[in-house]
Design a protein around this ligand. Structure first.
Ligand code: GMT
Length: 444
């Protein structure tokens, strides 16, 4: 195992202190060597990932990347964390700057650093100033870890805190390009609220690059705000090596002992997810097909959903399994994924299901039609049309040939969003941002 602090010595372009400048035979400074590719050796148990350095050349030079995100179970935090891990695997140095360790950041990785944002309290503060603490931490990390760029996920309040940090750094002679990724409710729900809108609009416009996770979200952003910059669509991604269907017969037997079909829903149980619709759809399916429903996740709607299960006398066939790390195992035993959301900018949960060969019954809201293809990888219905969704679920579950075909098609579709295809799009954007770095003149 390499010492985390020494890793830069193995990547000459990163740690100048460990590198002797090389000269060619004419005495000119030699171009930097191609970086040595870092490979990750799978750890045999949860814990440490080993890092080895090989001499294979890679196309992109290593960068020092700061990532800001919500560290909780939300989709934006998941994408930000998985992106950081994938970038670290490719040899970049990744610095997470968050108020708590991101949930999917569960392994040691020599190229990953974690900086906790501490928000000191004071009797005067009814509302501790998190944004100021974050901006100050960003300045500190950018200077001391020599960040090349900052990538913030979810506009509120990350885009404005990044802007403040960038302005402070500029006055200290450091240029820090800021990339803002819009994820969904930061635009469509919270961002539009007039309490936040002017700041959201201003700070998005101040970002050096803006990305949105679907065409729908990009268009919604242009509709809602006066954005005078290009918004690049970079879709959500899935790690197909991790999210793949595995034969877990014993697990399946434990959940569905009599060969019942298994339906699944994964979310943070917020009203926008319409989890009560999930239960109503299941009720109709259950009336004609022996079936079980797994509800994965937790959130504010859960008490109402539990009450509904009791009212409909479905408690024996619906299991609340809470927040789960091994999502791929649950998806591996599932036959159908339900996502009747009021809005989804993309629907990462649906993509992860499709990668595990689980067809999706979803609403047609937001960016869902960009992921779930109607009558191919599942079915789309208008928001709230429980009868339509249930009818399609019954149709699929009662036709084994059709179900198998949809499963193959779901996997094929998910492959378009493989991590290996999407992560390089972020890398290319980073390179562009670093290359367009303007000269900074210090204030007199
Ligand atoms: O709102 C949520 O459900 C969580 C939210 C987030 O930002 O944490 O998820 C959003 O971002 C995901 C990753 O980009 C998308 O896949 C989800 O569709 C999106 N959720 C909504 O738009 C409601």
């Amino acid at each position: 195992m390499l010492d985390a602090d020494l890793i830069g010595c193995y990547i000459p372009e990163i740690n100048q202190g460990c590198q002797k400048k090389k000269q060619d035979k004419n005495g000119n400074e030699a171009k930097p060597r191609h970086i040595r590719k870092i490979q990750r050796i799978p750890a045999h148990a949860k814990g440490f990932s080993k890092i080895v350095v090989t001499l294979e050349s890679a196309k992109v030079k290593p960068m020092r990347i700061g990532i800001v995100c919500y560290p909780t179970y939300g989709g934006s935090g998941v994408i930000a964390t998985e992106l950081g891990k994938a970038l670290a695997d490719k040899g970049h140095l990744v610095h997470f700057i968050t108020y708590q360790q991101p949930v999917r950041l569960d392994h040691f990785h020599a190229n990953i650093y974690y900086h906790e944002v501490i928000v000191p309290t004071y009797p005067l503060f009814d509302y501790p100033p998190y944004e100021s603490a974050l901006s100050s931490t960003l300045v500190d990390v950018a200077l001391n870890s020599h960040l090349d760029l900052l990538h913030v996920h979810y506009a509120i309040p990350h885009a404005s805190t990044a802007f403040v940090a960038k302005e402070i750094l500029k006055r200290q002679g450091k240029y820090l390009p800021v990339i803002t990724t819009l994820h969904g409710t930061d635009i469509t729900l919270v961002g539009r609220d007039k309490t936040y809108a002017p700041v959201v609009s201003f700070s998005i416009n101040q970002s050096d690059a803006i990305t949105a996770v679907s065409r729908n979200l990009r268009d919604e952003t242009y509709r809602s705000f006066d954005i005078r910059k290009d918004i690049q669509v970079i879709y959500n991604f899935v790690d197909l090596k991790r999210f793949r269907r595995r034969p877990l017969a014993e697990f399946r037997q434990a959940i569905a002992p009599n060969g019942e079909k298994i339906l699944v829903h994964v979310s943070n149980f917020r009203p926008i997810k319409r989890v009560q619709d999930v239960v109503h759809i299941f009720q109709k399916v259950h009336e004609s097909i022996p079936s079980k429903l797994l509800l994965v996740g937790d959130g504010p709607e859960r008490p109402m959903v539990e009450r509904l299960c009791r009212e409909l006398s479905l408690c024996d066939d619906i299991r609340f399994v809470g927040k789960q790390e091994q999502l791929e195992d649950i998806l591996s035993i599932s036959d159908l994924f339900l996502l009747p959301s009021e809005y989804e900018s993309f629907g990462l949960a649906a993509l992860e299901a499709m990668a595990c060969e689980v067809p999706v019954i979803s609403s047609n809201a937001g960016g869902l039609p960009e992921v779930n293809i109607n009558a191919e990888t599942g079915f789309l219905s208008p928001v709230g049309d429980i009868a339509h969704m249930a009818a399609h679920a019954i149709q699929l579950l009662s036709d084994e040939d059709m179900l198998q075909r949809f499963r193959r098609q779901a996997l094929k579709r998910a492959a378009n969003f493989d991590l290996e295809k999407i992560v390089p799009q972020y890398e290319e954007l980073y390179v562009q941002m670093i290359q367009q770095q303007p000269a900074i003149s210090l204030p007199a």
